[in-house]
Design a binder for this molecule. Structure first.
Ligand code: PLP
Length: 382
């Protein structure tokens, strides 16, 4: 039986076109972009091409895009450099951010930065009235760090509304957009943010490469010291193949965006319908609507069952990959801080299914069948 991958919020398969684009930079075009000979020049121009792709997608200048080693690095850089270099003395964030944001904010709290947690609704969306209340209080220079779409439950924040509030109160805005880059359009001329991050492996690019957008009039010092790569902002020889892959993956995602959105959200809606039919007491976490939720993520709270804890194991035995929380914590017994943060049914096992353009309805049928059999008390075939 072929394996079925329903964990596309954790990572995605590299597309064939992306791999093809990367290969020359792992073989004959292996130059160091800092070298001035022809090998180096080819590498350098490849990086600049990818930078143009990212800048065009976000509608910003190429001088505002910096390649990094991951979404994690991008988020660390934004938060820690905003405190170190921009005089930030207060951070407003939320309890359901990805750990790379949460732990960065907590590290700053330990170092004496004032941290405030914005209230969320039961779907995990920022309570804008509470955010405004916090912003209106007298405080020092403030950084607001709030994600666009949550990686576990998919709920999407209105980036434009966050941006308007931050502008009104003179706060800096950082948004972890790792789960939405390549999936929805962005126009940073209309939606002003100071920092925004992306990671290639979430949109069919390679792992270990990301980018950070830094608005042109924001001046931070390097997070990693060393050579003059990335216009002195991020030292270290560039991951040329990875950056080429990121550029190609984004180009492809943009070209296919509407078709993929229709396909993937169709799969999600089909799974919602199938689960509701076969497991009537099922619950969904986060906003599952087309407008308010990430169309690739479906977080399901299973009805109570003595063997519910074994659900991921049963799926895995049937060759189906899903996740019990975010990728970083899946496999651990620790409760999901996101589900706790929205007060999701605490006595129910939750499973995150996340889809891609490579999935089919047959994949969904297979997963629903495993769950139905489990609840019907039948043995699950491997
Ligand atoms: N932010 C979000 C919302 C994510 O889902 C992830 C990946 O799990 C990251 C940040 C980290 O990105 P990376 O895996 O590139 O470090």
């Amino acid at each position: 039986m072929g394996k079925i991958y329903l964990d596309n919020a954790a990572t995605t398969r590299i597309s064939d076109e992306v791999l093809q684009e990367m290969m020359p930079f792992l073989t004959e075009n292996f130059g160091n972009p800092s070298s001035i000979h022809s090998f180096g020049r080819v590498a350098k121009s490849t990086i600049e091409k990818a930078r143009r792709t990212v800048a065009k997608y976000l509608n910003v200048s190429t001088s505002e895009i910096f390649f990094t080693g991951s979404g994690t690095e991008s988020n660390n850089t934004a938060i820690k450099c905003a405190v170190r270099d921009l005089g930030v003395t207060r951070i407003i964030s939320s309890a359901i951010e990805h750990h790379c944001v949460l732990h960065s904010v907590e590290a700053e709290a330990r170092a004496g930065v004032q941290v405030e947690w914005v209230q969320l609704d039961h779907e995990g969306r920022v309570n804008l009235a509470h955010l405004e209340q916090l912003l209106a209080q007298p405080a020092g220079k403030t950084l607001v760090s709030l994600m666009h779409a949550n990686n576990e439950i998919g709920t999407i924040n209105d980036l434009n509304a966050l941006s308007q509030l931050c502008q009104k109160y003179g706060a800096l805005l950082h948004s972890d957009t790792v789960q939405t880059i390549g999936y929805v359009p962005f126009n940073l001329q209309e939606t002003k943010v100071q920092f925004l991050s992306g990671s290639a492996h979430k949109f069919h690019g390679p792992k270990g490469v990301g980018f950070l957008y830094i608005q042109g009039d924001v001046h931070i010092h390097p997070f990693i010291d060393g050579g003059s790569q990335e216009r002195n902002m991020r030292a270290g020889t560039e991951n040329v193949a990875g950056i080429a892959g990121l550029g190609k993956a984004l180009e492809q995602s943009v070209a296919e965006m509407e078709a993929n959105r229709a396909l993937v959200s169709g799969l999600k809606n089909y799974m919602i319908q199938q689960l509701t039919e076969h497991l009537p007491a099922v619950q969904f976490n986060g906003d599952i609507s087309e407008q308010g939720g990430n169309y690739k993520v479906l977080n399901v709270s299973l009805p109570p069952h003595p063997k519910a804890e074994l659900v991921l194991f049963n799926l895995d035995m049937a060759g189906i990959a899903a996740s019990g929380g975010s990728a970083c914590t899946s496999g651990s017994e620790k409760a999901s801080h996101v589900l706790e943060g929205i007060h999701a049914a605490p006595n129910r096992k939750a499973v995150r299914f996340s889809f891609s353009k490579y999935n089919t309805r047959a994949d969904i049928d297979a997963a629903v069948q495993v769950l139905s059999k489990m609840y019907a008390g039948q043995a699950v075939e491997g």
